[in-house]
Design a protein around this ligand. Structure first.
Ligand code: ATP
Length: 350
């Protein structure tokens, strides 16, 4: 499910050919992208791909080496972090250990010299918003990881920043709590309409939360788009493989298909060497329409509601698909010969 928050068409932040080097090392190269007001944009990529570096450039915590950063049409490249005024939630919780929950949340408001009454009101509102009523007077170490992360969120949102930057905020939490916090973050985003820029290396997290995803590898932006665009229509092999399971088969120009088998191929196939199909778009066939590729079952893994089948084509290439366990036919045994079928529209050339 995607966030239902309203995303405007107004560009709020723009990166123009942004580069960052540390000594001779290029952490980011030529990154250009636009972020709309109210978006939930995830920066997704493997470790070391430059996600955190890009976030710190956006926040003004590090200067860019090349390019420009724009905020609502104004050049903010040389502005300090304070002048930009974005909220930031870090990987650790970075709470002040000697301050209570309420004092932690109040801190940025006091720095802004808000009146005492305003601070009290706002803190009460934020405590309620992140579900921490009753915990106001506790110190961070008396809270669970999830509660500490809620305090960090409340503190970052207390002074109503236009943009909230989040760097893997849930990476220290266990799986259940992580899911719960993701739901809460979605709700907060929906209710507040603040622009969220969220760093994660977790594909599922990015797909579930974002209005758009920017995919990075080796400091370069690979693709930016809605979750279904990047998942269903990856721009290149890296994105296709990084976002989930994918079957990649060599095209056989002579046969006009794959592995000596003539097949209907995506229109763009002539310019490429491989065709890619996600496992969930493949099924086993008796006979019928669509592409049919003969294959042999090499291995079968029982996963409860489904079985994962590892197959081998006649050309010796591997492919994988899921078989729904349940009423009807049992999954085929190892060694079984069968046909794999898919709709050409669900395949793409890479
Ligand atoms: P992770 O998921 O591991 O945090 P990331 O995609 O956020 O990875 P970055 O933290 O942006 O990656 O780092 C990108 C590259 O830049 C890495 O190779 C890192 O070692 C390098 N790097 C980052 N900050 C510095 C620095 N201050 N000095 C030198 N190299 C740095």
């Amino acid at each position: 499910m995607k966030s239902e928050a309203i995303v405007s068409n107004t560009t709020q932040i723009e990166a123009r050919s942004v580069g960052k080097t540390f000594g001779k090392f290029h952490a980011l190269r030529d990154v250009s992208l636009q972020i709309s007001e109210g978006e939930f944009l995830s920066l997704l990529g493997p470790s070391g791909s430059g996600k955190t570096t890009f976030l710190t450039l956006l926040g003004g915590y590090e200067p860019v080496t090349r390019g420009r950063l724009m905020l609502e049409g104004q050049d903010m490249t040389s502005w300090s972090a304070n002048q930009r005024g974005f909220g930031m939630v870090f990987q650790g919780y970075a709470l002040f250990p000697h301050l209570t929950v309420a004092e932690n949340i109040a801190f940025p408001l006091k720095v802004q010299k808000r009146s005492k009454a305003q601070v009290t009101d706002r803190v009460a509102q934020m405590v309620e918003m992140v579900g921490l009523s009753g915990h106001e007077h506790k110190k961070p170490k008396a809270l669970s990881g999830g509660q500490q992360q809620r305090v960090a969120l409340a503190r970052a949102l207390a002074y109503e920043p236009k943009v909230l930057l989040l760097d893997e905020p849930f990476s220290a939490l266990d799986k259940n709590l992580r899911g719960q916090m993701q739901e809460e973050l979605r709700r907060l985003h929906r209710d507040l309409g603040t622009t969220f820029v969220f760093v994660t290396h977790d594909q599922e997290e990015a797909l579930a939360l974002s209005s758009r995803i920017a995919i990075f590898n080796h400091g370069e932006l690979q693709q930016i788009g809605t979750p279904d665009e990047v998942y269903e229509r990856p721009a290149n092999r890296f994105t296709a493989e990084f976002l989930g399971d994918i079957n990649i088969l060599s095209l056989d120009a002579e046969a006009g298909g794959i592995a000596g088998t003539p097949l209907e191929l995506p229109a763009s196939a002539t310019a490429y060497e491989h065709v890619a199909i996600r496992p969930e778009h493949m099924r086993l066939a008796a006979a019928g329409d669509g592409n049919q590729l003969p294959a042999r079952v090499r291995d079968r893994v029982y996963l409860g509601s489904k079985s994962r089948l590892l197959l081998e084509t006649r050309a010796g290439e591997e492919l994988m698909l899921y078989f729904d366990n349940g009423p009807g036919l049992p999954p085929p045994d190892r060694g079984a010969e069968l046909n794999v079928v898919w709709d050409t529209r669900d395949s793409f050339a890479i």
